[in-house]
Write a protein that binds this ligand. Structure first.
Ligand SMILES: Nc1ncnc2c1ncn2[C@@H]1O[C@H](COP(=O)(O)OP(=O)(O)OP(=O)(O)O)[C@@H](O)[C@H]1O
Length: 561
């Protein structure tokens, strides 16, 4: 867009000459012949340049200049002096005129000075725009932004600083330490940034703000430099991470994956495998001793895979051969005595989803053959019907039997084994992953509190010691029963050794040292510092339960790290 210029002169000839030069240079020009006419144009239009005679029909051009400075502060004004009067010209510049020209004005001189003034206006506009944009960003970001000078004097704050840190505009110009609403853990970060002159970031700071005790933030601080490259302060950006941190804590606290509790290396490996299996319809064989959680694994494989169909579970050992056949494949009316209606088999019911064949090691030779055919052809035949029904089902099978031995003894078909065992997930017995016991105990207490409507808080250190020492032949199912047994006997809020089943306490007479009895305040501090203040991780590091670490932190009066 062409620059808008106002030419103010009471002499027609001068006005015409000025405007013709400016027009030739690409400007749009409005002429005013009187002071009042000029003011009216200034009120109505926004100008990029005003060229005004210093003497206006008895009125002073300086007054016009003052008016422009108020009405359109970024518009440059070039004063034109009639009789060469250095005094009035310099006075005009002192009062804010961009420059002055003496009459008679030469065309070249006019073009040179007006171009410079227009360039100045363009830069000022751009600067103003950038400033306005930055201010809008500063105001609207959700993160608190605080700038301080090298003496920690607060230079600027945004609205979020008020919400997040409780800093009000009254703090402006005062030292940041005058702000008493929080523990000022950010102070060190700012000090380090200014001293080292490099950006500093800290994750997960507990603010200890009055009224917001649980607020957790991350800090990012950068040095501020002036035009000469000297560091004069710092800008601190404070991000509220409370929600994220709580979420992270609860995930890590539960140490779980799709309802499977346990973070031992072997379990982590299994979680990774399940994730990798998510989008492939691969058949999976889950093996492991009874009570190790094979059914949970099957559910996790199904959930992680986002298949649209349902998860259908069949306990193959619980049904007689005939019943299992019609249960799995369905039957047509009249196929056998008692088949009074058509029955949809579980394979068809699981179409688009997952079928979990539990206790697969126990099925008969005939069922093995039929199952093999379904797995090979992906078609099921209902009992009494020769028409095949195509199915899209992911098969997860499980057994606590040693299938290789059963193959050797001729009880299980090798070809079916290979069809099922495309990927094997072998669950470790609990005795081989005892580090998971504290988290499992926490989980089972939560689960049973809900189911039995109780309020048990934790187990004593002695109990945890006993649980850690026991061999758990029945694995997690046995642990679950053991805790349930204790719930029945426990009248208070903490499970004690006397509440445990006898077979466990017999072992305890050998006096097992509990993991937590050796955990002192120093060990907790050290674990917390290693885990960046993460209590769940620190508990794992120390081999104690989440509840115990919280209790000990309270007992020892340990501050957040
Ligand atoms: N890792 C785990 N986290 C939480 N609960 C578990 C875990 N593993 C097993 N359980 C619980 O233990 C009990 C037994 O688990 P599940 O029935 O899945 O074992 P399984 O290996 O299928 O046993 P079986 O071979 O006897 O059928 C269930 O109540 C289950 O919720």
């Amino acid at each position: 867009m062409s620059p808008q210029v106002l030419v103010v002169d009471d002499e027609t000839t001068s006005r015409n000459i000025f405007s013709s030069f400016l027009k030739k240079d690409g400007c749009q020009v409005i002429n005013a012949s009187t002071f009042d006419e000029a003011l009216a144009f200034i009120d109505e239009h926004s100008f990029d340049l005003i060229l005004s005679d210093i003497l206006l029909d008895g009125k002073n051009g300086i007054e016009l200049l003052e008016y422009v400075k108020k009405a359109q502060p970024s518009c440059p004004v070039i004063m034109v002096t009639g009789s060469p009067s250095v005094h009035s010209a310099t006075e005009a510049v002192r009062l804010g005129a961009y420059d002055y020209l003496s009459k008679p004005v030469h065309g070249q001189e006019l073009t040179r000075v007006s171009r410079r003034a227009l360039k100045y206006k363009q830069l000022a506009d751009e600067q103003q725009e950038t400033k306005a944009n930055l201010e809008a960003i500063f105001r609207s970001v959700q993160d608190a932004i605080i700038t301080v000078d090298s003496q920690f004097k607060v230079l600027a704050i945004n609205d979020a600083a008020q919400t997040l840190c409780g800093i009000t505009k009254e703090t402006l110009g005062k030292n940041l330490s005058a702000h008493q609403l929080c523990a000022q853990k950010c102070f060190d970060t700012i000090a380090e940034t200014i001293a080292e002159k490099h950006p500093t970031s800290v994750e997960h700071i507990h603010c200890d703000c009055k009224g917001k005790r649980d607020q957790v933030v991350s800090l990012h601080c950068s040095p501020l430099y002036n035009a000469k490259g000297a560091c004069y302060g710092a800008v601190l950006v404070v991000r509220d991470n409370t929600r994220l941190y709580t979420l992270e804590q609860s995930l890590q606290g539960a140490q779980s994956f799709h309802k499977i509790v346990g973070s031992s290396p072997k379990m982590q490996e299994i979680y990774g495998l399940i994730e990798r299996l998510a989008d492939a319809p691969t058949t999976v064989l889950v093996t492991g001793e009874s009570g190790t959680g094979k059914e949970l694994i099957a559910a996790a494989i199904h959930e992680a895979g986002h298949r649209k169909g349902p998860l259908v579970t069949v306990n193959c050992a619980a049904l007689s051969e005939n019943l299992l056949e019609s249960e799995l494949f369905g039957h047509v009316k009249g196929a056998f005595t008692g088949a009074v209606t058509d029955k949809v088999g579980r394979f068809v019911a699981a179409d688009g989803g997952t079928i979990f064949l539990d206790e697969i090691g126990d099925i008969s030779a005939q069922m093995q053959t039929r199952l093999l055919r379904v797995l090979q052809e992906k078609v099921v035949e209902r009992v009494g019907d020769i028409k095949g029904i195509p199915v899209d089902v992911r098969v997860v099978a499980a057994t606590n039997r040693n299938l290789k031995k059963r193959i050797e003894s001729g009880e299980f078909r090798e070809d079916l084994f290979f069809r099922l065992n495309v990927v094997n997930i072998d669950l470790p017995p609990l005795r081989n992953r005892k580090t998971d016991i504290p988290a499992l105990v926490d989980h089972l207490i939560d689960k049973l509190n809900i189911r039995l409507n109780r309020n048990i808080q934790d187990v004593s250190e002695e109990v945890l010691g006993i649980l850690m020492a026991y061999d758990w032949p029945g694995n997690i199912r046995e642990l679950e029963h053991c805790i349930e047994h204790a719930f029945i006997l426990c009248r208070g809020t903490r499970v004690e050794a006397s509440h445990l089943p006898a077979e466990l306490t017999l072992v305890s007479h050998e006096k097992i040292p509990s993991a937590s009895s050796s955990v002192d305040a120093e060990a907790i501090r050290s674990a917390l510092s290693k885990t960046g203040g993460n209590k769940a991780k620190a508990a794992r590091l120390l081999g104690i339960s989440r509840r115990t670490i919280y209790r000990k932190i309270d007992e020892f009066g340990i501050d957040d790290i």
